[in-house]
Design a protein around this ligand. Structure first.
Ligand code: CMC
Length: 392
């Protein structure tokens, strides 16, 4: 009823109150449950941050131990998941495989379809999802490269278990490099939540129809896939590679990004809410330098990225529009140094964002939010009489 305000992209529309993540785009502040992202990235670990986001407080030692033990216990997936996986051609992008396998959990755990489950039952879905996500992610990659899958190794921590399932060739011993595992864990923390972004808003809207958590998060994975959202990390590396192959002419590519008749955008630049800097990008830029140095990797695209950033930061086009490097600008360079293939980058983002999606889904249900159903202003034809085909 009343006047409908149209706000494409919901640029000024709040959809909910939330107690999970605080973000100040002008000051470049990001906090999960009140704790700064800088502090968490330095001192915490991904599973502790997951607990914090989902349950609202830092876990006690007992809570943490129980949480990690339950997750470790549920890393194995139903053997029939392999049959689903085998149905995908090796050309399948891992993001499509990941969202399908997550949605398929509604079939293995049909009790998750009941919207009136107790909080203990919901907790079981939470544990299962966090536990199995690295398995689905690593298997989506194995399917692509045509290798047999590896089963989880529960002696490893969360990041190391994933790396082992990704990279171990079953015929050989595989030792996880702790530098690589720690860097990955830090990246997961930095991606863990970001209030009402496109994929999170999707998870909440899908869940608002009382669809299961698995189905809601599967939808979030699909929203994340697009190049304007999580898919930007893959697009950044592809862009940097193109610039490199083009002789490293950053000025030419900057001009393309500014040309309104050219659809090209500087990938990894700009953000809906950060208008000063993206605090995650700041941490990641430093981490990229550290990780490459520790691993002894020299990546020429890092220099191209730094050159582009420098040029953009003094270019009036980018300055006037307050466009700064976002989380995706440098993350791909780290993933590459860790040996993660390019089209797995957005899968890494999804693994990191999972606890945020879960926390937001849970909050939405606990707040008993109504079904998400925006309005519109109709601009189509007025009433017309149907005309039979022979008279058209
Ligand atoms: N390169 C060139 N011009 C840009 C860029 C860019 N990367 N980003 C924004 N602009 C221009 C845009 O053309 C517009 O110009 P004008 O006012 O002359 O029409 C102005 O800046 C405002 O941009 P917008 O598209 O209206 O802003 P938005 O809030 O709708 O979009 C964005 C935000 C992130 C989708 C956009 O900045 C973009 O497409 N960036 C590149 C993709 C990217 O890096 N995405 C990752 C975002 S952060 C992590 C995540 O969400 O996954």
């Amino acid at each position: 009823s009343g006047v409908i305000t149209i706000d494409p992209g919901f640029k000024n529309t709040g959809s909910t109150t939330s107690a999970i993540t605080f973000l100040d785009g002008e000051k470049g502040i990001l906090r999960y449950r009140g704790y700064s992202i800088e502090d968490l990235a330095e001192k915490s670990n991904f599973l502790e941050v997951s607990f914090l986001l989902i349950y609202g407080h830092l876990p006690s030692k007992e809570e943490y131990t129980r949480f990690v033990e339950s997750i470790t216990k549920h890393t194995l997936v139903h053997e029939d998941v392999k049959k689903i996986l085998e149905g995908f051609p090796s050309t399948a992008h891992p993001m499509g495989v990941l969202s399908s396998l997550v949605c398929a959990q509604t079939a293995f755990y049909p009790e998750s379809l009941d919207p009136n489950r107790s909080s203990d039952e919901v907790d079981m879905s939470i544990i299962r999802l966090i536990a199995k996500m690295p398995t689905f992610a690593a298997w989506s990659y194995k399917n692509q490269i045509g290798q047999p899958v590896n089963y989880p190794d529960n002696k490893q921590n969360y990041a190391s278990n994933f790396l082992k399932m990704m990279f171990a060739n079953p015929a050989e011993q595989y030792e996880v490099d702790p530098v690589v595992a720690n860097a990955l864990d830090k990246l997961l923390i930095l991606h863990a939540d970001h209030e009402q972004n496109c994929s999170t808003a999707t998870v909440r809207v899908v869940g608002s129809s009382h669809a299961s958590m698995y189905a809601s998060i599967s939808a979030g994975i699909n929203a994340l896939w697009g190049p304007l959202h999580g898919g930007a990390n893959q697009a950044v590396i592809e862009m940097l590679e193109n610039i490199k192959q083009d002789g490293g002419d950053t000025k030419k590519w900057m001009a393309k990004a500014k040309d309104k008749n050219d659809p090209f955008r500087l990938m990894g630049f700009g953000h809906r809410v950060y208008k000063n800097f993206d605090p995650r990008a700041k941490i990641i830029k430093k981490a990229a330098d550290d990780v490459l140095e520790k691993l002894g990797v020299k990546d020429p695209v890092l220099d191209i990225a730094k050159g582009l950033e420098e040029e953009a930061l003094r270019d009036p086009y980018f300055v006037e529009r307050k466009l700064y490097p976002n989380v995706d600008f440098y993350s791909g360079i780290i993933y590459r140094a860790l040996g993660i293939p390019t089209d797995m980058f957005t899968v890494m983002f999804a693994m990191g964002r999972l606890p945020g999606w879960i926390a937001q889904w849970k909050e939405m249900r606990e707040n008993k939010e109504p079904i998400g159903r925006p309005r519109q202003v109709y601009t189509g034809a007025n009433e017309r009489p149907y005309v039979g085909m022979s008279d058209r």
